[in-house]
Design a binder for this molecule. Structure first.
Ligand code: MRU
Length: 341
């Protein structure tokens, strides 16, 4: 099952808001439609939204009525802004858009040539992400014991990427290597990516998974015991601080207290060397209804104040290792990240 695919000038995006009930694809024929799938969370996960944005730029180029390069440049710049403003935290979005803009600038020829070049660049972004995830899986599974209880948070699987997944890629690779894996997935309040998506992916893959509420993690660590935690990332800054789904920071603190290794798996497209530390990462704040309502039904009293940040920042000192497609990085992360970037 593809998270997204391109066919005959149309981008098809798997509608993740319908999983696990239905498998349906949203056809996108314009960059605005592609942007809408990101904004509405029909597609989510840092590398997946980067790939959708890349194809969104192809749609913008194809749809532009530009007669010359200058007009096309203007249309692409506008599309780039529209796509970038959809979600602020995952840097893969900006990374993919900058790569597409650079390609549009670099290629010589008419508007048609630019369109062709942009499509092959988007395809490359897609393919490279799958390869990076497989490489991360190969490196990361080396950190997993033969018999392992693993906790993961949110969904950093095939659904969050072009394929295979980052944190779930590590788990997949360990499972395929014949290791005896038992996964605990947090439900991931309030958007329930763990409940809806991670369990869905793992069950389909035949990997043993147990769903817990977010607040059970401490008890899981102390009562049942855990061998490691592995999560994905939305942005990693130059010092190794990691923005990921809200609740990740708390899990890292708990893991440190219980002496459990805490791993982050992310491709280089998630690393933002322009930011020195996690305090500079823009954190998306989402609709209050996600907390005050349950299945469309209000569960909190009218007028209650709400804070709903979608991500938090885990300080680098709580992270045992960062798994990338270029290898496993250990602290101090500053020099290790500079080396691979
Ligand atoms: O709000 P989401 O569902 O887009 O958040 C996703 C996450 O936080 C993932 O852990 C992260 O993007 C890594 S996905 C490989």
């Amino acid at each position: 099952m593809e998270t997204l695919y391109w066919k005959e000038g149309v981008l098809y995006v798997l509608d993740q808001t319908l999983i696990p009930y239905r498998i349906e694809y949203v056809p996108c024929r314009t960059h605005t439609e592609a942007a809408d799938t990101i904004r509405s969370m029909q597609v989510r996960g840092a590398p997946a939204i980067g790939a959708v944005a890349a194809y969104g730029m192809v749609l913008a180029a194809l749809g532009a009525t530009a007669r010359d390069r200058e007009e096309l440049r203007g249309a692409l710049a506008l599309a780039c802004r529209r796509l970038e403003e959809t979600r602020p935290t995952a840097v893969n979005l900006r990374w993919a858009l900058e790569r597409m803009m650079a390609k549009a600038e670099a290629v010589e020829g008419d508007a048609g040539t630019v369109c062709t070049a942009l499509l092959s660049e988007a395809d490359a972004i897609f393919r490279e992400d799958v390869t990076a995830n497989e490489q991360m899986g190969a490196y990361g599974q080396g950190l997993v014991p033969e018999q392992a209880r693993i906790l993961t948070h949110c969904n950093a699987g095939a659904l969050a990427t072009a394929g295979f997944g980052t944190a779930l890629g590590v788990i997949r690779a360990a499972h395929r290597a014949g290791k005896n894996i038992e996964v605990y997935a947090t439900e991931t309040r309030p958007y329930m990516q763990g409940t809806r998506l991670t369990t869905f992916e793992l069950i389909r893959e035949g990997i043993e998974v147990t769903l817990i509420t977010d607040s059970m993690a401490a008890s899981l660590m102390s009562v049942r015991g855990l061998d490691l935690v592995v999560v994905g990332a939305d942005r990693i800054t130059a010092n190794g601080d990691v923005a990921n789904k809200i609740g990740t920071y708390g899990l890292a603190v708990l893991a440190r207290f219980h002496g459990i290794p805490f791993f982050v798996a992310a491709p280089r497209s998630t690393i933002d060397m322009r930011l020195a530390g996690g305090a500079q990462i823009p954190i998306e704040e989402r609709d209050h209804d996600e907390i005050t309502h349950f299945r469309g039904q209000r569960v909190a009293p009218e007028g209650v104040r709400v804070w709903n940040p979608a991500f938090d920042v885990t300080p680098n000192e709580l992270i045992t290792a960062i798994i990338t497609e270029a290898g496993v990085l250990r602290p101090p992360y500053g020099p290790a990240l500079r080396e691979i970037m």
